[in-house]
Design a protein. Structure first.
Length: 417
């Protein structure tokens, strides 16, 4: 890390361990479909109703439309008036999906796609590597993109650029890092291959920054899976948990370089927009475009429990709606632990070191899910194991952990042909 006195406020999460099972559940009625957006024809929002048949990666119930939850005696009711087209609540350690709504509905992801970009590219570039930005590096940054303020002919460290990606959702920083990774086309291919390795098979990558494109989609399930993979990496945890930092500004010959303050756009972390910061929040990524509406994946910890929540495209209309629904689902999840039977699981990567007793998951395009079929991931599922502890407020945030995959069955998609 450079000696530029970059100021960081970091909330770090040590996440994830094994084992879960899939239990029966009931489907609650879906909320009313939101009206179509008013975007340009080339950026029209997704269809208002989920498909009748979706992927069953992680369990057959996750492929069914509507809300899937199995409440035991004493369990709190799900929050009222949830409007997200798709959402999921999962235990970050065990991988158990506590509840979900249209979990595999393939929807535009907006800047939550940057989680896959970071999980793919971040390990490939040393953080102290310095790059002088060229005009070509900035080619293709879409009109209306969120920007951190990268300038041509100026030098930036990889560390600086990742701060721009995570805090300001800077598409300019994404394009420069993609250029350093061999270009946009290569980076898209790399991201798609990594998504397939993670078994995030609802995800189709068109642009590394999540900018609207008709065929660019992901799902609440996939975004949660991707976030979980990213959070196994120390640098990813550091960047997504940084509330504010200094970013390089003008670089004039013979003068010291200017720096300016940037703040994370995650309102549950910073309390911007009139929201109160959510207790225990530690990332991960938000997004908002014409096509996607608002999207958000977050991780939080209360006591020893760590949860992941993803909400896609709520219909409330306000800038805070996605955060308010996420916070409500966090509250429900922390209150529901031990009082619900899981409805699915977050599956391990294809190459995970497990004792496999079946095939890995398949994409839902390979065939329709069988109606009324049993769970797709039965038995002792596997999930990412991290030896570590509680969230901690750190300055510079080093957190040591060991990743391991326990013995057990891989997640399967038994209901596809």
């Amino acid at each position: 890390m450079s000696a530029k006195k970059t100021a960081l406020t970091v909330l770090s999460a040590a996440l994830m361990v094994p084992a879960m099972f899939v239990a029966p559940a009931h489907a609650a009625p879906a909320p009313p479909a939101p009206p179509d957006g008013k975007g340009k024809p080339s950026r029209t929002r997704a269809a208002a109703a989920p498909p009748a048949s979706m992927s069953t990666v992680g369990g057959a119930l996750l492929g069914q439309p509507g809300t899937q939850v199995n409440l035991l005696p004493g369990a709190p009711a799900l929050p009222a008036n949830l409007t997200g087209r798709s959402w999921i609540v999962a235990d970050a350690e065990s991988g158990e999906v506590l509840a979900a709504h249209n979990a595999h509905w393939r929807l535009p992801p907006a800047s939550t796609m940057k989680m896959l970009f970071a999980d793919t590219v971040l390990p490939r570039l040393p953080k102290d590597q310095v790059h002088k930005v060229t005009d070509q590096d900035m080619d293709g940054v879409g009109p209306g993109s969120s920007l951190v303020g990268v300038k041509e002919d100026h030098e930036y460290s990889v560390h600086d650029l990742w701060l721009g990606v995570f805090l300001r959702s800077g598409n300019d920083a994404v394009h420069v890092l993609s250029a350093m990774n061999g270009g946009i086309d290569k980076t898209v291919r790399d991201m798609q291959a990594h998504a397939e390795e993670l078994q995030a098979l609802d995800t189709h990558v068109i642009s590394p920054d999540g900018y609207d494109a008709p065929e660019q989609v992901s799902s609440a399930y996939d975004l949660t899976l991707i976030a979980r993979s990213g959070l196994a990496k120390q640098d990813f945890r550091e960047y997504c948990g940084t509330a504010e930092a200094k970013f390089p500004g003008l670089q004039e010959p013979g003068k010291a370089r200017d720096y300016f303050e940037i703040q994370n756009t995650n309102r549950l972390m910073t309390g911007a927009g009139g929201l109160s910061p959510y207790k225990g929040i530690a990332g991960v990524k938000n997004g908002n475009t014409t096509m996607a509406g608002s999207t958000f994946t977050g991780v939080a910890q209360h006591g020893a429990r760590k949860l992941l929540v993803t909400v896609m495209n709520p219909d409330g209309g306000g800038a805070n709606e996605v955060y308010e629904e996420t916070a409500a689902l966090f509250d429900w999840g922390f209150g529901a632990v031990g009082k619900v039977k899981p409805v699915g699981e977050l599956v391990p990567p294809k190459s995970a070191d497990t004792t496999s007793q079946g095939s890995t998951a398949e994409a839902h395009e390979h065939g329709p899910a069988a109606a009324g079929a049993g769970s797709g991931g039965g038995g002792a599922g596997t999930a990412l194991g991290v030896a570590g502890g509680a969230l901690a407020l750190l300055a510079g945030g080093a957190l040591v952990f060991n990743r391991r995959w326990p013995r057990g069955r891989r997640g399967r998609d038994e209901d596809l042909v």
